[in-house]
Each structure stands twice: as structure tokens, then as C-alpha cells.
Design a protein around this ligand. Sequence first.
Ligand SMILES: C[S@@+](CC[C@H](N)C(=O)[O-])C[C@H]1O[C@@H](n2cnc3c(N)ncnc32)[C@H](O)[C@@H]1O
Length: 304
Amino acid sequence: MSYWAIEIEAPSDRADWLAWTLAERLATAVEQQDQETLTRGPEDGVDLLIVRLEEAPTEEQLEETRGCLRDAGLEGAAIRTRRDDDDGWRLGWRAFFTPVEVAPGAVARPPWEPPAAGALDLVIDPGLAFGVGTHPTTRLAARALKGALDEAARAGRAPCRVLDQGCGSGILALLAAKMGHDALGVEIDDMATQSAAENLPLNGADEAGRLPGGGRARFEVGAEVPAGPFEVVVANIIAPVLIELAAPLRASCARTLILSGLLESQERAVLAEYPGWRVVGREAEEGSRAGDDWLGLTLRREGA
Ligand SMILES: C[S@@+](CC[C@H](N)C(=O)[O-])C[C@H]1O[C@@H](n2cnc3c(N)ncnc32)[C@H](O)[C@@H]1O
């Protein structure tokens, strides 16, 4: 089988953010090669980004790619496309996926690694979906989610209904379910939704999605936010989508809304769309555009 690739060379200080935006807007896997990856990037200070597609890129996908480059201030960058007859890259990423503590006491691991002793064990085979726990935005969301669910349990509000909008591999919904809650993951990309569903049995779920800890997880394809009420809603998606979905996310969330995937420079614009919600938690992680950190925000409905 052959695959297609769109390739772009980008300055290293903007490559991480660009890869993230491309993955979101084209809803596909993006490989990033630099001087530290197994296949080396082009030179010091320049990364190679490879957008993987199953079919030849369409004009809309190329226009979307040009839009991402404009947003990253790289409108002049060359875009190459090529056909790939070797699909070794499909497995190549596996070398980089090792167990990672996504939240205190919760470890995500690939199926071929043994579970960490004493940890809440999340088995994730991402396929082409986003979310193995290695990205800072996943960890920011996972930590905030675990904190909110621990608090709900202490206050006697558990088990909670939890919505994971943009669930990717299902990692956040599975975390909630393994903590004993009832989680629904919604994902615009049907291949990612399929990967999330395939992760259920890997985590010991029965046919109804019931997990050993007593919780449950289900996954649905969709771009709309389902009607609530959900006690906790988590969305790790790029800022423009957090803005676009603000009204339905606010409407479906009864108490705690966790937003991740935004940069510090986008915080004000995103929060402007969440009137009536107080910021009760805010954590930053380095690693995106130079000097612009990733943020995880926990919002609480006024009066809740
Ligand atoms: C950054 S990934 C997050 C995956 C996972 N929740 C995590 O934290 O690692 C964001 C996901 O949101 C999906 N997405 C984008 N817009 C969406 C929408 N309107 N509704 C549902 N999913 C969406 C993308 O396809 C992508 O898989």
C-alpha cells in the first residue's frame, strides 16, 4: 500500500506549534524530525515536518497547510508532496512511545510495555490518533482532570458524568473511567474514534465499555458537543476550536470545564468566550513557540 506525505521545513522554535496546528487542522498524524530523533532532521535549528495521508493531498488540504504556515508566520516556506511506498514509518514512532506519568499516580503505556507497579494503568495504542501522554497538552489536561475528579470524590459527588471533547486516542476518557466515572469521548476523526474504541478492551473493558474500576467509557464520532449536563468537561483542542465550541461547551458543563491546547498568548481571547466562568486552576508547560507556553485551565461555573 502506498501513502502520501506533505513535507515542510520549519525553524525549530516554531516547528512544535506548527506540527500541532497541522495535526489538528488536517486531522492526521504529523511526524517531526530534528537533530534528536531517530531519523535526523535537516540541520541544526531546522525541523522537517511530515504530514502523513492515506491518499494524495487534496487542494483543500494544501490550502489548509498554507493557512497553518501563514498562522505560524512562515508563509514563504516550501511545501513538498510525495508518495511513500514504504510504510515503515507507521511502526517507527513506537520506538518513542515509552510509559509516561500523565497525572500523579496515573501512567500511560503502550500495550507492549509492562504496567507500572501501584499506578493507575492506562493502556494506549494510539494508531494514528493523538494522545499517548507524551505531549504537554495531554498531561496538562490529564492532571487537571484527575484533580477535578479527586475533588468531586472527596465532596461526595462521584461518580461523575465526564465529557472528553476531542478525545483522540481516548486517553482522558479512559483515565476518568478507570477512576470510576462515566465518560463519553467525542472525536471529529473517525479513525481516531476507532483507535479509542480499540483501546477499551486493552484496558479490560467489557462490551458495554465497563472498566475494572467500575467506571465506563464510550466513544462517538462527531464535531458537535453533546447535550449535558456533565459534571466535568475536558477539551484539549486548538484555541480556535475552543473559541468556536465555547457556547455548547459552557451549556453542557454543570460545574468544571478544563481547557488545554491553548498557548499563553491565546488565553485572553479564549477566556473572553467563557463569561460567567472563574479560573480556579492554571498550569503552564514549556515547549511550544519560543517564549509562549502551553496552558491548562480549570474553569468553574459561577455559583457551582
Ligand atoms: C490534541 S488532540 C487531543 C487528544 C486527547 N484528548 C489528548 O488530550 O491527548 C485534539 C483532538 O480533537 C479533535 N477535534 C478537533 N475538533 C473537534 C471537534 N469540533 N469535535 C471533536 N473533536 C475535535 C482532533 O481530531 C484531535 O484528535
